[in-house]
Every structure is written in C-alpha cells, then in structure tokens.
Design a protein around this ligand. Structure first.
Ligand SMILES: Nc1ncnc2c1ncn2[C@@H]1O[C@H](COP(=O)(O)OP(=O)(O)OP(=O)(O)O)[C@@H](O)[C@H]1O
Ligand SMILES: [Mg+2]
Length: 388
C-alpha cells in the first residue's frame, strides 16, 4: 500500500507560530517532536488535524487558534492583538498522488475556508477524500472515568470516520429535540407539532444508534489482531437505551417503542424531568483478559486499551477506505511502561502512514533511534536532530 504523509507543512499566525515552513522527506518514517512544556509541540499536531474536517484535536474555536501577540498587564486593559487571518497549508502524498491542501480563516470569523489543489472546497468533508487523521491526546487519558459527554463525542467522531452522514443526522436529531424541548417547557400542547418533531427524533435517533452499533461491530473485528495482541483486548459495549434495544429487536419495533416513549414522556418533561435517548447514550469498555471495566483499570492499562481501540479503528479505516489515516499521538509515551511503549513503536514504524508523536523527554523515544525523524521544539522553532 502507498504510504500517506505530509511532505511540507506551512503555518502562518497559527497559535504560537508566526510562521513555519517544514519540509519532510518521503520516507514517511515516524516524526518525533520533543521539547519543554509550552515549546509548541501540540500546536504542530493541532495544525495537521485542521487538514481534516472539524475543529481539530483540541475542538477549538477558530478565533482561539489565531496567534495572539501583545501582553496582558494586570489592572490595565489587555493589549492583545489578533491577526485577521491564520492558515495551515500542506503538500501531501496520498494514494491519489500529490495534493496541496490548505485551510484558514479569511476575516477572523468562525468560518474557515478550505483550498484543495488550487480551488476552494464547498464542504469540509472534501478534505476526507484526500486524507484523514486519527489522534490521541492527553485529555483522552481520562476518557473512561470522565464525563459521558466526552465519551459520546469520542464515539461519534469514530462513527463519523466510517459514516459520512452521521454528523448531519446528529444535528437533525438535536435540532428536533431542542424544538420539542422548547415547546414543552413553554407549555405548548399542540399535538400535531409535537408529533412531527417526535417523528424526526425517532427517524434520526434510531439511525444514529444503528450506525453507532454498526461501526463498533466493524471496529471490534480488528481489535488486537496481529501485533496488537501485545495490547489488552477491549470489549466495547454501547449502553444507550436505543442502542441496547436495537441489539434485541428489529429497527421498526424500536422505532415504535421510542415514539411511544417520547409521547409518554411529554408531561414529565414539561415538568422538568429528563429524557433518555441517543443524546444521552454512552459506552463502556471492558478489559477482556481481566474482566474488569476500563474505568477501574490502572492509568497505564486505560491508555493501552485506548490505543487498542485507536489501532483497530486505523486498521478498519485502512481496509475500508483504501488508505491508512495519519496518526497524531500527543504525549504518546505517558503512562506506558517501557515494554508497552517499545511494542507500540514497533507497530507504528511499520504502518503505511506518517505517525506524528510528541513528548517532553527525548529518551522515551530512544528505541526509535535511526528509525524516526527527531525534531527539537523550542520557542516554537523546530530543529532537526541528527540522532535521538
Ligand atoms: N492563539 C495563540 N496565540 C499565541 N500563543 C498561543 C496560542 N494558543 C496557545 N499558545 C501558546 O502556545 C504555546 C505552545 O503550546 P503547545 O500546547 O504547543 O505546547 P507543548 O509543547 O505541547 O507543551 P506541553 O509539553 O506542556 O504539552 C503555549 O505557551 C501556549 O500558551
Ligand atoms: Mg503538548
């Protein structure tokens, strides 16, 4: 399989980078960025994540990404200037050959423009036809113990990678739910109106749950295959009400039941009760060999389970989409013991894609000596290192 990767990365006014022009060779060996806290490592990974649809690996507002200059003096008004524009552009090698892709804001607004090979793209999703990215960030270290909102977001981003309509369905469901909720809380009892919205919630809600189940099943087939056997095997269980119902009954039956549930819940919801549905869905992960829930596993075990899921997603995407996604692994070595870490590096260095990794300590990556490109990052400047 052809290797995928970035050959040139150019940033302008992106976070701490006034300007960056980084050229990379086409060997597509792993790229390791090391440096002190605040040096600018994660910003580089985030810039690459903006070469795909969405709001990048930090889920940031576009205005937060623009480079801030100036200073804040206590008790005086902040003197911070925001440049009107920021941009990330890249030359990438994919199975389609060479492409030039770029993104940025035009007027400091919350809309970003996307350019692909000299033309302006109509939709962000066009980027996905060129290249895709998967990432792991330190914020996900608490995924299994943290709040269900982040877990649901993680799940839905995973589903979106396989089902291009998933996000549209989610926003259609959320719009209908918001309107239904407003009507009821304002005391409206217009039945036809409520029923119309419930129909939309049922149609989109059951499709959302079905897609989540389908993608989890597809990914599960790739869990801990091959070299990944060194990592613990996670079992992913969707615990949402609609997802659970779909495991036992036909979709048409679940649709009827969900519609009846919405209708019955009207009065209680109007009085302030909550509503269960695809918008409250969650999942749990079991460490199969230990028969223990991930949330009860050690920090390192949780990280290893998360990596197993990420690698399975990568394998499934590679198989189904004919191209391996780029991997952006921020603080990849954190919490892993040396044995697991080196086993992971062994997997990563052989993938048909470019893997970007960061860490504060270069010694963590010693195992990759002569098999990766090492950059030292200091004050948002990158220096290629000859040896690890
Ligand atoms: N919009 C912005 N404009 C200017 N600087 C920014 C902006 N957003 C973030 N920064 C700064 O960029 C610097 C580098 O951040 P980054 O997250 O890349 O550091 P890092 O090398 O990953 O550090 P760590 O090891 O702590 O994770 C930080 O000092 C941060 O305050
Ligand atoms: Mg960082």
């Amino acid at each position: 399989m052809e290797k995928t990767g970035v050959i040139q990365l150019r940033l302008a006014n992106f976070r701490s980078y006034a300007f960056l022009d980084m050229a990379l060779d086409e060997s597509f060996v792993p790229i390791v960025l090391t440096g002190r806290n605040g040096a600018g490592k994660t910003n580089i990974l985030e810039s690459i994540s903006f070469l795909t649809a969405g709001r990048g690996l930090r889920g940031a507002r576009l205005s937060d990404v623009a480079r801030r200059t100036g200073h804040v003096v206590s008790a005086e008004p902040a003197i911070i200037q925001l440049p009107a524009r920021w941009s990330v552009s890249a030359g990438v090698r994919t199975r389609h050959g060479f492409s030039k892709i770029g993104t940025g804001t035009v007027d400091g607004s919350e809309r970003r423009q996307i350019r692909i090979d000299g033309r302006t793209a109509v939709k962000q999703s066009e980027l996905g036809e060129i290249m895709r990215c998967l990432w792991l960030t330190p914020a996900q270290d608490r995924l299994f113990c943290g709040d269900p909102v982040s877990r649901r977001r993680f799940l839905d981003r995973l589903v979106q990678a396989f089902d291009a309509n998933h996000t549209n369905r989610l926003s259609a469901y959320n719009t209908a739910f918001k309107q239904w909720s407003c009507l009821l809380r304002e005391g409206c009892s217009e039945k036809a109106w409520l029923m119309g919205l419930e129909e939309q919630m049922v149609a989109t809600g059951v499709a959302i749950a079905a897609s989540r189940l389908d993608v989890v099943e597809r990914i599960s087939a790739y869990l801990n295959t091959g070299e990944e056997a060194l990592f613990p095997r996670p079992e992913i269980i969707l615990t949402g009400m609609v997802e659970q119902a779909l495991l036992q009954k036909a979709a048409v039956v679940v649709e009827d039941e969900f519609a009846a549930y919405l209708c019955r819940s009207r009065r209680a919801y109007a009085d302030g009760a909550g509503l269960t549905g695809p918008h409250t869905a969650d999942f749990k992960v079991i460490h199969a060999a230990k028969a223990t829930e991930a949330s009860l596993c050690s920090t390192g075990e949780q990280k290893a389970l998360l990596l197993s899921i990420l690698l399975a997603q990568m394998r499934a995407q590679t198989q189904e989409q004919g191209q391996c996604p780029l991997l952006l692994l921020d603080e990849v070595g954190a919490h892993l013991d040396a044995f697991r870490r080196d086993a992971l590096f062994d997997i990563l260095k052989n993938l048909p894609t470019q893997v970007w990794m960061t860490g504060t300590d270069a010694a963590v990556f010693a195992y990759l000596k002569n098999q990766a490109q090492f950059f030292n990052v200091e004050d948002s400047m990158l220096t290629l290192q000859k040896v690890a």
